[in-house]
Design a protein around this ligand. Sequence first.
Ligand code: BG6
Length: 505
Amino acid sequence: MITNPLRDPRDRRLPRVPEPCALVVFGITGDLARKKLLPAVYDLANRGLLPTNFALLGFARRDWGDQDFAELAREAARKAARTPWREEVWERLAGSVRFVQGSFDDDNAFDELAATLGELEGSHGIGGNAAFYLSIPPAMFPVVLKQMQRTGMAESTPDRWRRVVVEKPFGTDLASSRALNELVDSVFTAEDVFRIDHYLGKETVQNLMALRFANTLFEPVWNGHHVDSVQITMAEDVGIGGRAQFYEQTGAARDVLQNHLLQLLALTAMEEPVEFSAEEIRTEKLKVLRAVSLPEDLPTFAVRGQYEQGWLAGQRATGYRQEEGVDPHSTTETYAAVRLGVETRRWAGVPFYLRTGKRLPRRVTEIALVFKRAPHLPFADTDTEELGNNQLVIRVQPDEGMTLKFGSKVPGSVMEVRDVAMDFLYGEQFTEASPEAYERLLLDVLLGDATLFPRNAEVEASWAVIDPLEEFWAGTTPQPYRAGEWGPRAADEMLAAEGRRWRRP
Ligand code: BG6
């Protein structure tokens, strides 16, 4: 029987549009809301991916009316939208923008929020469905969640869904993340909780699964028989911006190693899921995270650093301790590198080197599989002096794509083998631009698709990796590195101790 693909509900090529609903954002005046969420809402509307019956609600302390909020939202969206600006798209959205003023401990304000949602059901046909985005410090979660519980706003019923979106960091260690997870789970049902790790919304990160599980080429060599080591790098050229208060408490390991880098590791190392569904993918990732091991020799294989004044792209960059709002004696790390193991049959014995840092020479995130050298080379040593290990590099950003590095004969009458690179670039192969991570993730929240959101057990398994590191680092001073350099010397020594070198992306 020939089925019409347009009728097949499993056909994922069709644009998916959520049911009528509202998006409620707490912390609407914050950086994330202005730079990412509001532009993402506009981009989704512009792409026709929001339902016709949609409302956007902001909740904040400012003494504002709907109009003021609509104006802020418009400006934020205009400034950072990915897709071209079309006034008529915004005009349509603006008609259903609402603002509720109040503080988080203000019962009246939450009653008003509940009432506004009720009104929008009648006036804008949102069907009672709502997603609550907590773009607020985790310390504020308890009071906001309690308010939602008190007003009955958190309750999904057969006729309507209510979902909550929480941003990382989910806690500061295993114990606090457990407490936070328990709290969220006591107010919302587990399937209505969406924990955002925006790296999972990045196109190349999703492509990692396509690359591995849709091809035959890579899987046979994707294991410790062929792979010598894996390097996962998330380098940023920026400093901490205006986030000193947050960063001082957090540091690189809690900020991004615990979440973005460990999620990249999980996707790289996981087994094939039974199917491409939230449940199965999360299950496979969790198995990897539980199998992660820390090195016994932490002093050699766990390095943290802090940037000092230096030069970046011809500009003088201040040191971390001189940044506004940072303690001049701060011991917070802005760089972290660690050698992890994955204790499974596929990966036993293969080191996974993870590193991240601020004020490094350039912004680049990549996953590199470094392959073993050929067991035998029928050449003279001098012929292959310039031959390195074969590498498969998945570039998450920028210049999204993939590079395969292998040896090739240098043209000419002499025999010389040198590394060459074969590149696949998204920008060259596809005409469609990749959506922003937040665009994709917001859409998935409204659709109720949890595939790209880590489950609480994954978050906890990741803290179980980070806790011993933090304990080891507590009371120590991070190693200095100059802004514009690839991290502290100890990070190079860490790889040199095993006869390896970091890639210079
Ligand atoms: C965030 C971190 O999660 O990711 C920031 O809190 C970091 O410190 C940011 O700068 C990087 O995101 P992206 O998408 O620009 O790589």
